[in-house]
Design a protein around this ligand. Structure first.
Ligand SMILES: [Fe+2]
Ligand SMILES: [Fe+2]
Length: 264
């Protein structure tokens, strides 16, 4: 089921399949007939639509958010992140299926994938209401890098994807909500608030399972986190941090503050 989502290229088709598979997963869990985890061979990179064109990050044009065009560009960039997130959550299920994990691990990532699918669709709806669509603008090409870098390391994947990248989303989303509030775009504000609330859960799933794996091997989670982020994440963590929401997601300050000092 995960590989099927990863192999579907078009955004709305990918998210429809993601919703359908998540619904089936939870129905079978509720019925006491859980779907076996099995083994899978996920593609090295997920299938993606023909558009948007993917450009190196420095070539993606930046626009001021004071104009409708700028706000469309911002929503387009977030929609691209959400589509990538759908694939990231199904990928962790497919890629690490050979690691024995409790069923709750799969429940969490299926739920996260289901929510990312909703986030992508919400943003596509907003783009379309503003006269644009996902694919109308170029997007960031480097989004799958973190997945490739951590394809062989489950703890590394958890450290970099939910606990660094998705936690970064918690830092920047309030600023985006401000932009759309000032522009009087209430429906976009509502969509971003749904995303903001649910992203706390994704970071929390990351820190829960990261800590669980450290507990199983008897290692110090903070030390392992620092080692793995330095190994796999290209760059440093940038304050200001959303300390409140990071705490809610089980991410203490001594995990991330030391990683801001690595700049060279
Ligand atoms: Fe999301
Ligand atoms: Fe997320």
């Amino acid at each position: 089921m995960a590989v099927e989502v990863l192999s579907t290229a078009e955004g709305r088709a990918k998210t429809a399949l993601s919703h359908a598979h998540a619904a089936r997963w939870f129905a079978e869990r509720a019925a006491g007939t859980p779907i076996p985890i099995g083994a899978a061979s996920p593609p090295p990179r997920p299938a993606r639509p023909v558009k948007p064109d993917l450009l190196p990050p420095r070539d993606v044009p930046r626009r001021r958010t004071g104009s409708p065009e700028g706000r469309i560009a911002l929503l387009h960039a977030v929609a691209h992140i959400e589509l990538n997130a759908v694939d990231l959550h199904w990928d962790i299920i497919a890629r690490f299926g050979h690691h024995p994990m409790p069923m709750g691990f799969y429940d969490d990532w299926v739920k996260a994938a289901d929510e990312e699918s909703k986030h992508f669709n919400l943003l596509c709806d907003r783009l379309e209401a503003m006269g644009s669509f996902y694919g109308a603008l170029p997007a960031h090409a480097g989004m799958w890098q973190a997945a490739e870098d951590t394809a062989l390391d489950l703890q590394g994947r958890l450290a970099v994807v939910p606990m660094v990248l998705e936690a970064r989303g918690l830092d920047v989303t309030p600023g985006m909500i401000d932009i759309f509030t000032k522009a009087g775009e209430a429906e976009t504000v509502a969509a971003l608030q749904v995303i903001y609330a649910e992203e706390v859960g994704h970071v929390a799933y990351g820190s829960k399972w990261f800590n669980w794996l450290c507990g199983r091997e008897g290692s110090d989670p903070k030390e392992v986190f620092h080692t793995l982020v330095r190994r796999y994440f290209h760059g440093t963590l940038k304050p200001p941090f959303n300390e409140e929401k990071r705490a809610e997601a089980g991410l203490p300050p001594d995990f991330y503050w030391p990683l801001t000092e690595d700049a060279d």
